[in-house]
Ligand binder design. Structure first.
Ligand code: NDP
Ligand code: 2IT
Length: 452
């Protein structure tokens, strides 16, 4: 059979759409990857013959379950929970849990698909998975969140395990929720194993896991700039989001001499022309982690800062942009605006924050654009090292983990250059590089297994 006998790109995407009706985010994620993979595998018959991309784009399984819990007013509440186990060719399923009202099966399938490539890029033995619920933790008391997490884990525990599937945090799931879920897992199974990552330091968590995603995203950005003799130092940066990823990205930008102008949440964005320095960031951490407040309050606390209700920060002129909130928060028009205003580097801290049109704008403008599966892989990389520490029953020192993070992000950058370069000029297509480098390892493992 020759390569030309196989389906072309358009037929492939039509098939994905037909098999996943209405799952727009999932189709978007598959399309973005397929655009590069089809080109790469053109002359590689084996990948076609064994239907590798088609198989990666069909999750191994999607588990959906009811989650009942009782709120503080004794109302019985019913939510839906999911775990999507996308692919375990190179290691146990691994990926976060998201609690947000916007969670659907499509969102979790796109995240699990992306995670498969991201985890491969880290070089660690982890497959791809993702889970979550449409539960909204905002405005809930600690006890309500605890009861929800316990109920969620009462079903989830059957599907996870240290060598099977290892969830972690994501939007709406941080240290508090991981603690409640780990406590319930341990209670049901009577086993103290590394079944979750992002745990507290007292019970098997790893140093720098909290900081790793945001720090890693900025390391990646710094790597891209260093390659062309530039750096983050002195650059005006806009950051979206004000959660775990945004806060630690902003912290690392400050540490490297950059100036952070914005942060956001679902209510709007704040613009502080004086810069959101480390002292102001400490205030934001307290606002978000302890008081669970809104970013709007920042403009009341710090003179000179403005809050823009219901808006996103992309029109603020900048050198570098880091979308760190959620998927599809940066569209084609906003991407064009960034390029027009002179933005020369974008690193995605969030998963798929730039829509497909925006990705093409950045690619065509040939700015330095680090896609999420490469740029934000530092979080899951340190999760992988948390798994290693748990298995070996050791705790590594902070400087060792910091060194690993720097090295892993450098390795991902270099693999992107290897597969995303050679385009006839000095420009690196990091999207192409990440997609192909992530694909090859998973694909070759799948070839070794035959048809399973
Ligand atoms: P958090 O829950 O800590 O913070 C999420 C932030 O994004 C909040 O500021 C939140 O605002 C904002 N946000 C969420 N949904 C929306 C929305 N629909 N519109 C506008 N703003 C929104 O989550 P994380 O920081 O952990 O995650 C942020 C992104 O990074 C996600 O895409 C996640 O998948 C990705 N990521 C996270 C990793 C991790 O280790 N935590 C690892 C790799 C990627 P509000 O409070 O108003 O909802
Ligand atoms: O999107 C992600 O990489 C995460 N939410 C972190 C996953 C993990 O297992 O640490």
């Amino acid at each position: 059979m020759s390569v030309s006998d196989h389906v072309d790109f358009n037929q492939f995407i039509e098939g994905v759409k037909k098999r996943n009706p209405g799952q727009l985010e999932f189709v978007q994620a598959v399309q973005e990857v397929a655009e590069d993979i089809f080109d790469y595998i053109q002359d590689k018959v084996e990948y076609h013959e064994y239907q590798i991309l088609r198989r990666i784009a069909e999750p191994d399984r999607v588990v959906s379950f009811r989650v009942c819990w009782e709120d503080d007013n004794e109302n019985i509440r019913v939510q839906r929970g999911w775990r999507v186990q996308n692919n375990n060719a190179i290691g146990p399923y691994k990926g976060g849990i998201r609690f947000h009202p916007s969670v659907t099966e499509s969102v979790l399938k796109f995240l699990a698909f992306e995670q498969t490539f991201k985890n491969s890029l880290t070089g660690l033995p982890m497959g791809g998975g993702k889970g979550g619920s449409n539960f909204n933790p905002k405005g809930k008391t600690d006890h309500e969140v605890m009861r929800f997490c316990q109920s969620f884990m009462t079903e989830l525990y059957r599907h996870v395990g240290a060598d099977v599937d290892v969830p972690a945090g994501d939007i709406g799931v941080g240290a508090r929720e991981i603690g409640y879920m780990f406590g319930q897992y341990k209670r049901i199974t009577n086993q103290f194993t590394g079944v979750l990552t992002g745990k507290g330091l007292e019970y098997g968590g790893s140093l720098i896991r909290t900081e790793a995603t945001g720090y890693g995203t900025v390391y990646f950005l710094q790597n891209m700039l260093e390659r062309i003799g530039d750096s983050v130092d002195g650059k005006a940066c806009i950051v979206s989001g004000s959660g775990n990823v945004a806060i630690y990205a902003a912290e690392k930008i400050n540490q490297l001499g950059g100036k952070v102008l914005t942060l956001s949440d679902s209510g709007g964005f704040i613009h502080d022309p004086d810069g959101i320095d480390l002292e102001k960031l400490a205030w934001v951490k307290e606002l978000k982690d302890v008081r669970r407040g809104r970013i709007e309050e920042y403009a009341k606390e710090f003179t000179g800062a403005m809050f823009h209700t219901g808006q996103r920060p992309w029109a603020v002129p900048c050198d570098l942009a880091l979308p760190c909130a959620t998927q599809n928060e940066l569209n084609g028009d906003e991407a064009r605006m960034l390029v027009k205003n002179g933005c020369s580097g974008v690193a995605e801290g969030a998963n798929m924050p730039t829509d497909l049109e925006g990705v093409h704008v950045f690619k065509d403008a040939k700015i330095r654009f680090a896609p999420s599966k490469a740029a934000n892989a530092g979080g899951v990389a340190i999760s992988g090292l948390e798994m290693s520490q748990n298995s070996a029953r050791v705790s590594w020192k902070e400087h060792e983990l910091q060194d690993h993070l720097v090295e892993i992000m450098r390795g991902i950058h270099d693999r992107c250059v290897e597969f995303g370069g050679n385009l006839g000029d000095e420009h690196i297509d990091y999207v192409r590089g990440a997609n192909i480098a992530g694909f090859v390892k998973v694909a070759d493992a799948m070839l070794a297994y035959g048809v399973v």
